[in-house]
Write a protein that binds this ligand. Structure first.
Ligand code: MG
Ligand code: MG
Ligand code: MG
Length: 307
């Protein structure tokens, strides 16, 4: 029997590294099934850099989940699952996000409120004394650093920091902070990208109070250049709203150094959103100091706004 392990659509580093490292763990613990790490979309620049650094091949592309057995990592949200997942079978879940999941049959379902899926997986390796090669430790560490924005994001927990400290020597990383900057630099180079490419790098859709909301996050070390392309952003956001039938679309320009966020907003729920965040939205723009996490600081208040 073949089982695929995959993260969310528009995979980020945590989704890709979790699929690879969890498949490796399952193999090492002697599971008989044929476990295949997979992805549902293209690898982004940051993840490409990390895979290259730790000499690992990208997981296999899973275009369609129809008739397939799948382990979901790094998401539960139906809109983020592989294509036709409803015509396949979810056999397990391992995640660190808000839970949007209904299933008639019981399955192993592991959720922990930590900074990254790879924190949970690293813990499993250590607890079960499973051999951790440099490459696997490196992928786990990189995903933790990426998801927690070098431990600055409010989603960061003691456990994330603890796991990173244990992984770093095995991965041969002396300075995790410096490695973090390297990771985020691999992702920049936004200037050479089209707005569509920038938005789709880290774009997620949510069903919030029956409304379809699209949220893109652009993590950068400097928002100056991106801000200047606002009119282009708004144009692309409008066409995405139409094409994807979105109630509202947000693009978050997150400055990981200044630790703040500029949000561009288009859609029907703009006023509700302004009210919920107690902010003024002027020229389709809202300023959110101290906001680094879509998961913890954006999605929960939005869910409230949509009710
Ligand atoms: Mg993710
Ligand atoms: Mg994650
Ligand atoms: Mg992220």
């Amino acid at each position: 029997m073949t089982i695929y392990i995959t993260g969310h659509k528009n995979p980020d580093t945590d989704s890709i590294c979790a699929a690879i490292t969890y498949a490796n763990l399952k193999k090492k613990t002697g599971k008989t099934e044929n476990i295949i790490p997979a992805r549902t979309g293209d690898i982004n620049d940051e993840t490409r850099f990390i895979l290259k650094k730790f000499k690992t091949k990208p997981p296999q592309l899973l275009k369609d989940a129809e008739g397939k057995k799948v382990i979901l990592v790094d998401h539960t949200e139906p809109k983020q699952r592989p294509e036709n997942m409803d015509k396949g079978e979810i056999v397990e879940v391992l995640d660190h996000h808000n839970i949007n999941f209904v299933q008639a049959t019981p399955i192993p379902f592991h959720i922990e409120p930590v900074g990254s899926t790879c924190t949970i997986i690293a813990d499993m390796y250590f607890k079960n004394s499973i051999e951790l090669k440099k490459e696997i430790a490196g992928l786990l560490l990189a995903a933790i650093i990426s998801d927690t924005v070098i431990f600055k994001s409010p989603i960061t927990t003691e456990k994330d920091i603890g796991m990173a400290q244990k992984l770093a020597p095995i991965a041969d990383i002396e300075d995790t902070e410096a490695f973090g900057i390297e990771i985020f630099n691999a992702k920049s180079g936004w200037d050479e990208k089209t707005i569509q490419e920038i938005i789709s790098t880290d774009y997620k859709e949510y069903d919030l109070g029956g409304k379809k909301i699209g949220i893109a996050q652009v993590e950068t070390v400097d928002t100056t250049q991106l801000k200047q392309r606002k009119q282009e952003f708004l144009k692309v956001m409008d066409s995405m709203r139409e094409q994807r039938d979105l109630d509202t679309i947000l693009v978050l320009l997150t400055d990981i150094i200044k630790e703040d966020c500029i949000a561009f907003i288009r859609g029907n729920s703009t006023e509700n959103i302004a009210k919920t965040f107690k902010k003024e939205i002027k020229d389709n723009q809202m300023y959110l100091p101290g906001v680094l996490s879509r998961k913890k600081q954006i999605v929960p208040p939005l869910e409230k706004a949509m009710k």
